[in-house]
Structures are given as structure tokens and as C-alpha cells.
Design a protein around this ligand. Sequence first.
Ligand code: SUO
Length: 446
Amino acid sequence: MKQFEVNFDGLVGPTHNYAGLSYGNVASLNNASASSSPKQAAKQGLKKMKALADLGMIQGVLAPQERPDVYALRRLGFSGSDSEVLNKAAKQAPAIFQACCSASSMWTANAATVSPSADTQDGKVHFTPANLTNKFHRSLEPQVTGNILKAIFKDQKHFAHHQHLPDNEHFGDEGAANHTRLCSAYGEAGVEIFVYGRHAFDNSKPAPTKFPARQTFEASQAVARLHGLNDDKVVYILQNPQVIDQGVFHNDVISVGNQNVLFYHDQAFHQTEQALSEIKRKFGDKELHFIRVDSQDVSVQDAIKSYLFNTQIITLPNGNMAIIAPSECEENPAVAAYLKKLVSLNTPIKEVKFFDVKQSMRNGGGPACLRLRVAMTEQECAAINQSTLMNDALFERLNNWVDTHYRDQLLIDDLRDPQLLLESRTALDELTQLLKLGSVYPFQLI
Ligand SMILES: NCCC[C@H](NC(=O)CCC(=O)O)C(=O)O
């Protein structure tokens, strides 16, 4: 049976903006208050999705969330009509208001953790939306994320959906951005690697001191339990606390895996040798490539600026692997030189393709942040909502949809405009019809 890895990219929402909401994410802090272009951002994302589909990959689309989140604002005591809620919140609590307007669901690597059927006890693909408790603006996402995932992976014969973990910092979970899976073929049992930043119930363990560790060991363990993973095929790795303190807020900013390749920076993990030997042992006696990037070739700072590790490593239909990199990697001399060398080494990675995703990079999201990976068999793939899969027709429809509903430019002050809420709801209502999602948003359900 054929098996694939399908990438589900997040469609950028109509309120895409830069509010400096993510302490510990250097790009988010540096670009706070810059004007954004929702239309350009959405189109950059669509272009990347289409390019991957054109390479012969199966590419899906995940719908954005409803923003501004009037329901969250009402929970926080702002009352009256929707327009009054927006006005009062913007005036009385501008920072909270901005958080309720973030289009951060575009970074779908944080949407959920996914375990393919080959790894799970009941032979189903398992999904747990990430609770994203560390950042208020992101903690608003998991419920609707779960609704959207259920609307795509509907067939209970193949797909199992869990509720997000308890909304508490002890179980802080950031989803697939801290999870990677190594395997020989997508349909074979793999080793699932969970990278976490701190232990919530054991203060004696190393932890960052400046920036927050967004993922806990206990959260990773809970997800592995929920998904019915085999302990002999799971590896937990403590992220190097020093790189978190330098701005590596998720593991996918400093390491990435695909099939039998783990591509990582020498500073990524706390006890690297121990972690790698556990992976090797659990992976078994099959070909495995550890590709280490040394600090002397690419510093942690260059890795963060260029997002060298927030690249997607994909397996092309011809079996070779390619790196999908942001154009910042081409512009950084050390990184560009490294990538040039990498494709000439004897590893499965044979080419690099650069993409302009600047509207996302300014918020600290590279190509890998923009996608959720779901490895599936041919049969599972046939069972999903086919209207969410990218092709020429959907590409055209979504570009027209963006042209109709998105603004060219958005300033922070525009977020209080009640018209933007209406525009956003009209757009999303149409999108749920385009993607045949049914009702997934609060304004459709309440
Ligand atoms: N995986 C990449 C996630 C990037 C995301 N940035 C943000 O939410 C920034 C939003 C802002 O600053 O307006 C985050 O840090 O979770």
C-alpha cells in the first residue's frame, strides 16, 4: 500500500498583524507594530502550498480562526454589541485586545500533535490539538483547531481526536513544533521524538532562566499516552535551555527531521549523545542519517535569523529529499554556504528550494511553522475531506477569495474597526463552504 506525508498549511487569516505578542520569539518582538499585509501574507502562503503540490506532494489547507475573538473579550467582561465590545476593549485594554485579534493560527505546526496509524495501538491516526497555554493569544486556538481537524479527518474508522491537554502551564503543549518522527517509510512504525523545554513537576531539572519553556515533559508524555504510542518507539529529549534563552522558542527553530534524517544544530539538545544513541537503538538496524550543523559553520544566532532549521525537509516523488527554505537562508552568507555544501554531501538531501514567506518570518514563523504534517496510507488519505486538498482549481478559488475579502494593508489601529469583524466573518463563512467544513466557528455555532 502507498503511503504519504501530507502537509496541511495554515491559511493566513484576514487580521494578520504584528503585535509583538510572543515574548521569547525574537522576530515577534522586533516587528511589533509594523504594518502588515494580510493579502500578501495569504498569497505568499498559497504560493508555497501550490509549489509543493506542483512538486507532486499532497498538500492540504487548514482554515484560519475567527478574529477578533469577541467571545474571549466577552469572557473577560467586555459587553454590549459586538462593535461596543471591540471599542471598549481596544480603549480600556489595548494589549489584551490585540492578543484577541492575532491571526497566529496560521502557524499550524502548533495546531496539534499527530501520530500516524503505524505508530498507534489502535491503528488509527491520532490528533491532539495543542493547548498553547504559554501565550494568551495562542491559548484561544485549540477549540476551533479541534473543530477544523474533525471536519477534515472525519472518518472515525481511521481518525481519533483527543481534547487538548488541561489549560495550565504544567501541561504547556505546543504541538508538532516540538515533535518529529523518524521512520524508514511513512507507513512503517517510526520513532516519535518529543522535545521539551522543562519539567513542570521537578524543579531540580535544567530549565531556561530568561525566556519561557513553552513545552513541558509532562505534556509530551500525556500526548504519547493519549496516542497509544509504544514506549520502545518514543524518545523524550530536553532542549538545551541555553538556546531557549537565545530565542529558540520551539524545537523546530533548531532541528527538523524527515523519514530517516535528523537535521540538527550542535547546540539543540541538552544531552545530545545520549539522545542520539537512544534514537539509534529505538530506530533499529536500518539506515539512519544524523546531519549535525556545527556552531562554527552556523551560529545559533544565524540559525534563528535565517530559520535554517525551520525548513521543511520533504521526500519528493523520485525518492530524493529537498529542503524548502525561507529566502532569508539564501541571504545569510554562513547559511547559504552551508546549504551549498549540504547538497554535495552524501545524504538523502539533494536540493534546496527557497520561498518568500517574509510576512510570516516577521512574526517568527518559517516554512516549517506554516505546516502540519500528517503521514497517511492511501486509504486514509482517500477518507479525508478532499475539498481541503490543494490543486489548480482550489488555488485559483482561494486566491480569488483572498482578493475579495482581504485588505492590502492593516495597521494596529484598524483592528478595532467593526467592519473588519464583519469582513472576517463573511470571508470565513464562505471559506467553510469552499472547503466543505460545515460549521466550525463560534459565529456559526453559537
Ligand atoms: N511556530 C511559529 C510560531 C510563531 C508565533 N508568533 C506569534 O504568535 C507572533 C504574533 C505577534 O507577535 O503578533 C508564536 O510565537 O507562537
